[in-house]
Design a protein around this ligand. Structure first.
Ligand SMILES: Cc1cc2nc3c(=O)[nH]c(=O)nc-3n(C[C@H](O)[C@H](O)[C@H](O)COP(=O)(O)OP(=O)(O)OC[C@H]3O[C@@H](n4cnc5c(N)ncnc54)[C@H](O)[C@@H]3O)c2cc1C
Length: 370
């Protein structure tokens, strides 16, 4: 018996579980270790904030997928690992040994410079916590009648959340002021200039204020680099991602930011019995950005490669496409599309996004074992 351990119920592992369900080798014991019984689909989070989706529509139950793969589910977080001893350590102190390991644990939100905000701080990740705390904030704002919200970070997640939150608060009758803190590198870094212009024009029409400077947290809100204070009742942190700190002592080869270095097969460059996909891995000089698109697209390749090593078959490379399609929700049923230099916007883009997102979730929720 070979022990295959999957750590994290992330997007790539969804494909791994469905592949194992239909192509499971006889001599393998499968374990998924992840803290929550559901995987949250972040692509639908802005639509959930806006009130377009129920929470259940944005979540994928992991137990049926694990059952289909005839594996076991351990609801715990990994807090440490020793790649030389082929072992991961769980939050409850247990150790789980593996012959083959696959990691899809995503990232954490870097909030160290906002910690002084205390209870006013709401990081986007972990998503489980965000899904619990946002409705509480919305209810509190409704009672108060007003909310001054600051969103720090203007990548795809930051702008979508800022626009969705503004829309939801206005719809709930709350008098709202939203400040988006974009830093000097601007909004939607990495997207084409035309996409950035579309977003800025949209946010301007929506009455959002955008600041192009860095900020630090204060007990009252945030303090911009030029000394201007912004008082806020709530600060949502959609700031840069951070690799899980416990990887530092794992003995795996990591890049300078602490992400797992993998080759084109998504295999660790230091430990050939370890694979990684999604935001937690790094493939320098390939243009592989940290995004759900790559976590999803690398999934079937990761699945093939895990099955290949279990059956001594050749590996397959994941070749990221030069451009990825991003569909950015704007609050109401309206979205901006970004694909390399091409862009578009409108209600039809939102319906396109809605169709893609619902189809993705359905692929895993409608999953049945024969
Ligand atoms: C609001 C928002 C909007 C976004 N929009 C887009 C978009 O339009 N397009 C796009 O491409 N990307 C988008 N992203 C980014 C996208 O969500 C991430 O890139 C994607 O989720 C990464 O997938 P992943 O599988 O690597 O990790 P995740 O989806 O984060 O999954 C990680 C899994 O590992 C589990 N886990 C975490 N820590 C541990 C641990 N220690 N032990 C065990 N399990 C653990 C988690 O519970 C989770 O199940 C958005 C993100 C946000 C927040």
């Amino acid at each position: 018996m070979k022990r295959l351990v999957l750590v994290g119920g992330g997007h790539a592992h969804l494909s791994v579980l469905t592949a194992l369900a239909v192509r499971r080798p006889a001599n393998v014991e499968i374990t998924l270790i992840t803290p929550s019984p559901q995987q949250n689909y972040s692509g639908m989070l802005p639509g959930w904030i806006s009130g377009h989706y129920k929470l259940s529509a944005c979540q994928i139950d992991l137990q049926p997928l694990v059952n289909a793969a005839r594996g076991q589910l351990i609801l715990e977080s990994v807090v440490g690992m020793d790649a030389t001893r082929h072992c991961v350590c769980l939050g409850d102190g247990r150790h789980v040994h593996y012959d083959w390991l696959s990691m899809d644990v995503g990232t954490e939100t870097e909030t160290s410079w906002l910690e002084t905000l205390g209870t006013k701080l709401l990081p986007v990740k972990p998503l489980d916590l965000f899904f619990t705390r946002w409705p509480e904030q919305l209810t509190a704002a409704q009672k108060r009648g007003s909310l001054h919200l600051a969103v720090v970070g203007a990548g795809a997640a930051g702008v979508e959340i800022a626009l969705a939150a503004q829309f939801a608060l206005q719809r709930a009758g709350v008098q709202v002021q939203v400040d988006l803190i974009a830093s000097e590198s601007g909004v939607l870094k990495g997207h084409h200039r035309r996409v950035q212009e579309r977003l800025l024009a949209y946010a301007g029409r929506a009455g959002m204020t955008i600041h192009f400077q860095r900020a630090v947290g204060t007990p009252e809100g945030v303090l911009l680099a030029d000394g201007q204070p912004i008082a806020a009742d709530l600060v949502i942190a959609a700031t840069g991602a951070r690799a899980p700190v416990w990887l530092q002592l794992s003995k795996l080869a990591l890049d300078t930011d602490g992400y797992i270095l993998v080759d084109k097969y998504h295999r660790s460059v230091s430990h050939p019995n370890v694979f990684a996909a999604g935001d937690v891995c790094a493939r320098p000089n390939t243009g592989l950005s940290r995004s759900g698109v790559h976590a999803v697209h690398a999934g079937p390749v990761l699945a093939d490669n895990l099955l290949a090593v279990l059956q001594s078959a050749p590996l397959r490379a994941y070749l990221p496409r030069p451009h990825s399609l991003y569909l950015l929700a704007c609050g109401p049923r309206y979205a901006i599309a970004s694909w390399g230099p091409w862009s578009a916007e409108g209600a039809w883009v939102w319906h396109w996004k809605d169709w893609i997102d619902r189809r993705f979730v359905r692929r895993f929720t409608a999953y049945k074992v024969d």
